[in-house]
Design a protein. Structure first.
Length: 576
């Protein structure tokens, strides 16, 4: 099997004059061709070599999605170095842990904001020799480490001798990807060139991608889902063009500008879009609401559906750019009702499943065989086994080489027969579709001996139009409780119906009328649940769970232990 640089070089030669990357510059998207990208990668690789980077050295990247991320990654891999992506949302202490644990020699940092975090811990990074920056306000004031601009490194590369023949094999380590740490300090997952290339090639076999596709990238490249599904698979393996969103906040406008054919996302984004669609429908008046509801009920393939699509759904798809062939959802469980809703609009969501340790994709729904409520069938070459305790076990060329400098933990999760124990629980349908129940470590054991799966219950709660986020708790207790974040725009739009005057969330969460209103809605949800799954008590919270407060991972999963710490007083109060 080829290495990542070998495959990229081949693709770049095939599609030399086609656009490889697009980014926003002075208000407009500009393109970088495959030939220009390949040339800049080689120049940067020579510049890194001049800085002393060689095979096996770790090169860390602390940057938002941008062409420089890809250039640095490919340049480091060309030298046989190991890239260490660092999430831009991490605190200085966690960044210090990752850089020290990985033994990173060089760090590429994108902005003053990210550099400031590194500067706070620079004195505690003994193995870091140089920092390469894209843009800093006052670089001359920093003397703790060798500091160079990316342009300066490129100049070094232009003046350097040609690169020798690559000494990199498919089995060599390509990256140390640190897990998002929902339950503990991030640990380094060792992923080889084979891990990535196998998974990328298998992925584009299951979901066909061509050089004519355009992908809008907004999930962090520091997360392995975007790295494989939103970078290696489309760009390196298929010659697809990748455009970078300016940020999640500008996603709506960037979709219209780029007009992508493929989008890789997480459930939280689809949830927000779903809420936005209904808000527009409600604001459009009674006739517009009736028209939208009528359109949703029309059966595909009928004349009525044709008119519904032309009059209603086509306009919604235009907000996504109007050219989407399909979208991919991963990183967390997607509510199947949400997937069906978007399908009605003509927006196909293919849900998949995987982990950082599996590079990451293990299963995915195919475009011609989607089963909602499942995460699809296994990729070709990937084996799945359901253990006696319902734990999902994975075997295949995508399974990591192990945890960096932690053989004991590696042996815990990869058994003697090569099966990776995911920690996720689930089962396979008769036709091979995987259904996820929940995380083994996150299951709630009630004092009665009954088991509850918080993620599934949270999905049901969050499906209510007045609830945007929730956390179910109750491990070791006699009943379940919840911290609920109301959908404040929805609440504010219905204040008159609820009978409230205040518009301040911090005040509203204590209002008896609002609590009574939510109690009615929770009781209605409880009617769908088994007795031990019912939410007996809840509290309303004013502020959403965020990455800035370390309550969410970079892929927007709940960091349960952090949220429980933040709301410990409120949670304890529900058991008194």
């Amino acid at each position: 099997m080829q290495t990542i640089p070998q495959r990229f070089k081949e693709t770049a030669e095939t599609y030399a004059h086609r656009p490889a990357l697009k980014y926003k510059y002075h208000g407009a998207y500009v393109s970088i061709s495959f030939s220009d990208l390949a040339e800049s990668v080689e120049t940067l690789a020579k510049g890194l070599r001049a800085l002393g980077v060689s095979k096996g050295d770790r090169v860390a990247i602390l940057s938002e999605n941008r062409p420089e991320w890809v250039r640095t990654d490919l340049a480091a891999l060309t030298l046989g170095a190991v890239t260490v992506p660092v999430h831009t949302t991490l605190s200085p202490l966690i960044i210090r842990h990752i850089l020290n644990d990985s033994g990173s020699k060089v760090l590429m940092v994108s902005s003053q904001e990210q550099f400031n975090k590194v500067a706070l811990v620079a004195g505690d990074l003994p193995e870091l020799e140089a920092i390469i920056f894209l843009k800093l306000d006052h670089p001359e004031n920093f003397t703790a480490k060798k500091l160079l601009s990316l342009e300066a490194v490129m100049v070094l590369g232009k003046d350097a001798a040609a690169l020798p023949a690559p000494d990199v094999a498919a089995e060599d380590l390509a990256s140390l990807v640190y897990t998002s740490g929902t339950t503990a300090v991030p640990k380094g997952v060792m992923l080889t060139h084979r891990n990535f290339m196998f998974d990328a090639e298998a992925g584009v076999t299951a979901l066909p991608v061509t050089e004519n596709d355009v992908l809008l990238s907004f999930l962090p490249l520091s997360h392995v889902l975007e790295r494989t599904a939103g970078y290696y698979a489309p760009l390196v393996c298929r010659g697809c063009c990748i455009a970078y969103a300016e940020s999640v906040k500008t996603l709506v406008s960037n979709l219209k500008e780029v007009k992508p054919t493929i989008l890789v996302s997480v459930p939280r984004i689809f949830e927000k879009v779903h809420v936005g669609i209904w808000e527009k429908v409600k604001k459009g008046g009674r006739l517009k609401r009736r028209m939208f509801l009528w359109a949703l009920k029309q059966e595909a393939g009928t004349t009525r559906h044709f008119f519904a699509d032309h009059l209603v759904f086509k306009k919604i798809r235009a907000s996504f750019g109007g050219r989407l062939r399909f979208t991919i959802s991963g990183g967390a469980t997607l509510n199947h009702k949400l997937a069906r809703f978007f399908s009605r609009l003509g927006i196909v969501i293919t849900e998949g499943y995987g982990l950082t340790e599996t590079a990451p994709v293990c299963t995915v729904n195919r475009l011609d065989n989607i089963k909602y409520g499942t995460v699809g069938q296994q990729l070709p070459g990937v084996e799945i086994l359901i253990g006696r305790d319902k734990e999902i076990l994975i075997k295949g060329p995508n399974v990591m080489a192990g945890y960096y400098r932690n053989e004991a933990l590696t042996r815990e999760v990869i058994d003697a027969d090569g099966w990776f124990h995911t920690g996720d629980l689930g089962f396979l349908t008769n036709d091979g579709f995987l259904i996820i129940i929940g995380r083994k470590k996150e299951m709630i054991s009630l004092s009665s001996g009954k088991i509850a799966w918080p993620e599934q219950l949270e999905l049901i709660l969050n499906n209510d139009r007045f609830i945007v986020q929730s956390l179910i708790t109750g491990d070791g207790r006699s009943y379940l409780t919840a911290v609920i974040i109301p959908d404040w725009p929805e609440v504010l739009n219905n204040l008159e119906i609820i009978g409230l005057a205040s518009r301040e969330p911090a005040v509203l969460v204590k209002e008896e009328k609002l609590l009574a209103y939510f109690k009615e809605r929770v009781e209605k949800i409880n009617g769908q649940l088994a007795d031990w799954e019912k939410i007996r008590k809840f509290v309303l919270a004013a502020d959403e769970f965020t990455q800035e407060k370390d309550e969410l991972t970079p892929t927007l999963k709940l960091r349960r232990h952090v949220i429980e710490e933040h709301y410990q007083k409120e949670i304890d109060g529900m058991y008194q």
